[in-house]
Design a protein around this ligand. Sequence first.
Ligand code: 13P
Ligand code: SF4
Length: 336
Amino acid sequence: MSNTAIAEATKKLDRKGYLSIDVDPTLDLEAEIKRLKKEKNCIILAHYYVESELQDIADYIGDSLQLAQKAASTDADIIVFVGVHFMAETAKMLNPKKKVLLPDLKAGCSLADSCPPHLFKKFKEKYPDHVVVSYINCTAELKTLTDICCTSSNAHHVINSVPEDKGIIFAPDKNLGAYLQKKTGRDLVLWNGACMVHEIFSAEKITKAMVRNPDAQLIAHPECEEHILQKAHFIGSTSQLLRYTHENDGQKFIVATESGIIHQMELKSPDKEFIPAPPNNTCACNDCPHMKRNSLEKLYLCMEYELPEVVLEDWVIEKGIACIDRMMEISKKAGL
Ligand code: 13P
Ligand code: SF4
């Protein structure tokens, strides 16, 4: 790719957050992506919530912790993150010298947006002796105000690593925070944030689905509200939910998390039935609009032009990485 072509492509990036370049409709996108992967020594990391065709082409699919661990250990020259912005930022913080690409820069996160760093800074000042534990679903700048990061896979290990006599602020997810309070018995000061996807489930419709399917188990992500979690047979991160459906004897599961994970559940357990938990609205889907901004076409363009790139200021990387490193150590000790 010539410098002029890249400069022209950069102009097409400005407002949209992704490259708005027409793609030849006869191109075999999957073959092109595979070619670019080899040519440029890229690794494609994808979260369980993205479209199934993107999961199928990825080098590695995982939950937030697994993807961060993979990003930390890869020797690829370019990391292509098929997920959302905070995940790509984490990969960049772990690999400051590598190019980290995100097919659509507008693939954000309502949970990360619910905790603006300038407001959180003021909130934190009210509890000067507290340890700050932040869910990885937050901006890189919030990570600079955080002592230890966590994901839904390791959150209780992280909380338990804080000395008992220390107070803890937990941000930004109030639902995961409330769940952790119950699970660990610790008194957490909670930031009032939430995920738009996990707050959409209707307890009433789930109850009806359970009555209609008495042989089904309800499984839920801890980002769901407490009244949903109370009904669940099993609560866990996406990778824990996936493992549970595979290892458990049950044949039918009502899945209270983003619907993208069902693709992997069906691949792992083709004879089992997976029912997306019904949401409050009339749409029958539990899609994260941010995750779903990724597409094969955007992935191809981003690999071809090496744009859009996730770029962070040096001070953000230098200060923010400490909380991620602590999380990685705790996870390693816990065997995760
Ligand atoms: P996990 O990947 O930790 O299960 O979290 C789910 C999520 O909401 C990612 O955005
Ligand atoms: Fe953020 Fe929720 Fe989407 Fe995850 S599912 S990226 S927490 S908005």
